[in-house]
Design a protein. Structure first.
Length: 617
């Protein structure tokens, strides 16, 4: 007898209902990005496995209405109607509502009910209703909607078990709403939703703490001051917290390299393990603690509700560059990775704003640049303090992030004034309630993003490291008579195919102060920016493994300050990610726009590096 197929459950709701927190609580680490053919807004997919059955969950993008305005909403609506070519229509809908803001969710529910699919309603943030002195009448809501209703506190895991049981229960059914409600116009649906919400949850006042916090965080002056302070502490933490762990990993890799040198004869296998594998991939893994801390802080700021307030503060600034507040979300997402940032630009209804945002996203400083920045800053910037509080290295890092962000906004402004002229679309955004971050959501987010980093290190960078190692080992050079192994390695490297390639392209970068080694690193980083660190690790592997010095120590002694600063300036602007250009082509429908973006950013990178070199010399 064939095994019963797991049910497909779509997780649906308006933004800021705690939908993602609930999805994480239900699926834990059993989730991945949905790899559906032709889908650019990629939903998360997870699974539930119980004794009573199994279910596959699809976390659809947040939506306000089935009458879609953005690509995100269109994807969700098509899936729910069974009109999407590659994502199956769900067997059951898990509809998430915010108990404290029930009317906004119920207006969408009226449209969902018209689909006739079995539906389960999950009310989140029950604890906030109780904290405000209210009471959530789940039984009353059940009788009104005709579907099972569960109250949960996703951050604490309360009620999650009952929801899992309901999802895998094949007997879950739905009693349709009256036709007059399900097919009513938007105004009538909203009036019905408000009436139901008043009966289920009495009118709640905003918590006094929320009012006091928003009075400061949303203030025209003090809100900006808090934003600057939060960002300063953000970048300070990335360096100060990560340094001990980085030193530990660096020391461990060096210990393994030295152990291999001491225990193996000088042969091809030892060279590959020490230089190709540990020198290349190992040099990138050193920066995993900084990636973890970066993602930890971003997730915490998002979960606690501050990032939405930051978007409100920054929205005023973005208006000066011809963009609306919705553009802040893709641009902010690009600080983790430009690929999901570009894809999330589909939430922008305006074509002009969406295109300008997409062309600006590669200039946001993604996490792939962080290992490059950390290596070069550690090599050329002294570990001193500014104003006796902030480290100079963290100030430089913050400056690089700011330079990329401001430049991206300037590019967007130019695009909006030339290729994409037109008025700015108004921006409406909900402010989520303040809440303590869910430990599970934080851990799921950190594990997922760390896996992405390690996947890059184990695939793209590993493949490139192997290829580069082959190029450094061929053709074999006669080193007879050279007794010093370090000098023998240098002679071999100087005569290798890798050196020939670097020297052939080096004239293009010579005005920037880049020698063939740095040129080779820059070329390699067009596969993935972090590859620059791997290339440097391989090229200077002999200097590192034959002494107690780390790669940062070696570069500190060989890389001139002006050249190091020019490299940092180059990496602020260069579009060095083939995957980003491929996604840009898919989102814009033409290679024209990736080509324009590549040309603009390369000119900006080369020019800024050249000016920096002149000023610093």
């Amino acid at each position: 007898m064939a095994a019963e197929q797991p049910r497909t459950c779509a997780v649906v709701g308006t933004p800021n209902t705690g939908k993602s927190t609930l999805f994480n609580a239900l699926t834990g680490l059993q989730q991945r990005v949905g790899n559906f053919t032709g889908v650019t807004v990629e939903p998360m997919v997870g699974r539930i496995s119980l004794m009573a059955g199994k279910a596959s969950l699809i976390d659809l993008p947040g939506m306000y209405s089935m009458d879609a305005e953005s690509e995100d909403e269109r994807l969700a609506a098509d899936v729910l109607r069974g009109q999407h070519p590659s994502i199956p229509r769900p067997d059951v809908i898990l509809f998430v509502v915010n108990a404290a803001e029930l009317d906004r969710s119920l207006a969408l529910f009226a449209q969902i009910a018209a689909l006739g699919l079995p539906t389960i309603v999950v009310a989140t943030m029950i604890d906030e209703v109780k904290a405000a002195g209210g009471m959530f009448d789940d039984i009353g809501l059940h009788h009104t909607l005709g579907v099972p209703v569960f109250g949960v506190v996703g951050t604490k895991g309360l009620g999650i078990g009952e929801v899992k049981d309901a999802i895998v229960d094949s007997t879950v059914a739905t009693i349709p709403l009256p036709v007059a409600v399900a097919t009513a116009d938007a105004v009538s649906r909203m009036e019905w939703a408000r009436t139901v919400a008043r009966n289920v949850v009495p009118q709640l006042e905003r918590p006094a703490l929320t009012r006091r916090l928003d009075a400061v965080l949303l203030h025209p002056v003090w809100g900006g001051v808090v934003f600057v302070v939060v960002m300063a502490l953000f970048f300070q933490s990335i360096f100060t917290w990560a340094e001990p762990l980085m030193d530990l990993i660096e020391g461990g890799i060096g210990f393994i390299q030295q152990g291999l040198i001491d225990s193996m004869s000088d042969n091809v296998l030892r060279s590959f393990l020490v230089k190709g594998l540990l020198g290349g991939v190992g040099s990138v893994l050193v920066f995993l603690p900084q990636i973890l801390i970066l993602n930890l802080l971003v997730i915490i700021l998002e979960e606690c509700g501050y990032l939405a307030r930051a978007a409100f503060i920054v929205d005023r600034l973005m208006g000066l560059f011809g963009l609306q507040g919705r553009s802040f979300i893709p641009l902010l997402g690009s600080f983790a990775c430009a690929i999901p940032g570009i894809m999330s630009a589909r939430i922008i209804p305006s074509y002009r704003d969406r295109m300008a945002t997409i062309l600006a996203t590669p200039l946001m400083t993604c996490s792939a640049r962080l290992p490059v920045y950390a290596l070069l800053i550690g090599a050329v910037i002294p570990a001193s303090t500014v104003w006796g509080v902030f480290s100079l290295q963290s100030v430089v890092l913050a400056g690089l992030y700011a330079a990329g962000a401001i430049s991206g906004l300037l590019v967007a402004l130019v695009m909006r004034k030339t290729l994409f002229r037109g008025g700015v679309v108004s921006f409406l955004m909900e402010l989520p309630p303040y809440r303590f971050p869910s430990v599970q959501s934080v851990m799921v987010g950190m594990v997922g993003r760390s896996k992405d980093f390690l996947k890059t290190a184990g695939t793209v960078i590993l493949a490139f490291s192997i290829g580069l190692w082959i190029l450094t080992e061929l053709p074999r050079t006669d080193v007879v008579g050279i007794t010093d192994p370090i000098e023998a390695d240098r002679v071999q490297l100087e005569q290798s195919y890798a050196a020939s390639l670097g020297k052939a392209v080096q004239p293009l970068f010579e005005p920037l102060g880049f020698d063939w080694r740095l040129t080779l690193g820059v070329l390699g980083s067009y596969a993935a920016r972090e590859t620059f660190v791997g290339v440097m690790g391989q090229i200077y592997a002999a200097d590192v493994t034959e002494s107690d010095a780390t790669l940062r120590d070696v570069l500190r002694g060989t890389l001139p300050l002006a050249t190091g600063l020019a490299l940092l300036a180059f990496y602020v602007y260069a579009l060095q990610c083939v995957s980003t250009m491929a996604i840009m082509k898919r989102e814009t429908g033409s290679w024209r726009w990736p080509a324009i973006a590549f040309a603009i950013t390369f000119v900006m990178a080369w020019t800024s590096a050249w000016v920096t070199k002149l000023l610093a010399s």
